[in-house]
Design a protein around this ligand. Structure first.
Ligand SMILES: [Zn+2]
Ligand SMILES: [Zn+2]
Length: 111
């Protein structure tokens, strides 16, 4: 029968540890919390590293959702100083708008 109330079982490593090894009100020991924090940090870094290697000096087009080189984008007011659509999508986009306006013009004429 244990009557030592100075120990607590960690909910992560299931080891009996001194209460001083826990931050107040935490069910996981400091060692485990440290590991969790390290893992989170590592995961975050890995993700950003992956993103960097995918993106590199490419940018994802907001229309065709493909990764394209910077030179495939026109200059704009976006984050990288580039348009959010690639050149070919931007052409399509402009055409669409022109057609919309044309159609509207024709429709107005008919009226
Ligand atoms: Zn633990
Ligand atoms: Zn595109």
């Amino acid at each position: 029968m244990e009557c030592n109330t100075d120990t607590k079982i960690c909910s992560r490593c299931k080891k009996k540890k001194k209460k001083s090894d826990f931050s107040y009100g935490n069910c996981r020991c400091k060692g485990c919390l440290n590991e969790i924090a390290k893992k989170k940090y590592r995961d975050k870094n890995e993700v950003s590293f992956k993103e960097q290697t995918i993106i590199g000096c490419t940018k994802r087009c907001g229309r065709c959702e493909k990764y394209k080189k910077f030179e495939d984008f026109c200059k704009g007011r976006c984050r990288e100083g580039l348009q959010s659509y690639c050149k070919s999508c931007f052409k399509d986009y402009e055409k669409e708008w022109q057609e919309k306006f044309k159609r509207r013009g024709e429709w107005q004429k008919r009226k």
